[in-house]
Design a protein around this ligand. Structure first.
Ligand code: NI
Length: 170
């Protein structure tokens, strides 16, 4: 396991469309373990492989308070069941910014687990939001894409300034 560097917005690599995982191997499981370590250390509630510059369709999520309900989805496919919700979202690639986004409430997600076994999960609320947010990353989409151009521009500018300041400090 290893802590992996997380790409920061507006890094263009975050716009890469991730590839389908053909076979779940030991290498996949090592990546998943490192993704969990990186997510918990950040700390965050979800992480996509795209954010650690590995462009494969893999996400990890844990929205529990005790940080003991890890979910792995390999090649996740989302089907919307019903409802809408609007919750505040953040992202480890856009640290310090939180904005409300409208998304489906109840979803069914079909995926493979770490053993390469197919499964599906029906869920709603915060876990559903988190899965949808992470799946967007696999298509190169970020939560700021749902905001107005004005809001997104402001976030981008502030982050560029912070990144410049950090570089100077180092
Ligand atoms: Ni994110």
């Amino acid at each position: 396991m290893a802590l992996l560097p997380i790409l920061q917005y507006p890094d263009p690599r975050l716009r890469t469309r991730a590839q389908t995982v053909v076979e779940v191997t030991d290498e996949t499981r090592q990546l998943v373990a490192s993704m969990f370590e990186t997510m918990y250390a950040a700390p965050g509630v979800g992480l996509s492989a795209s954010q650690v510059d590995v462009h494969q369709r893999i996400i990890v999520v844990d929205v529990s308070k005790e940080r003991n309900e890890p979910h792995v989805f390999i090649n996740p496919e989302i089907e919307i069941v019903d409802g809408m919700q609007r919750l505040e979202e953040g992202c480890l690639s856009i640290p310090g910014f939180y904005e409300a986004v409208s998304r489906a409430d109840r979803i069914r997600v079909s995926a493979m687990d770490e053993q390469g076994e197919a499964f599906s999960l029906e869920t709603d609320g915060y876990l559903s939001v988190c899965i949808q947010h992470e799946c967007d990353h696999l298509d190169g989409k970020l939560f700021v894409d749902y905001l107005s151009n004005l809001k997104r521009g402001r976030i981008r500018k502030k982050l560029a300034k912070l990144q410049r300041e950090n570089r100077v400090r180092r």
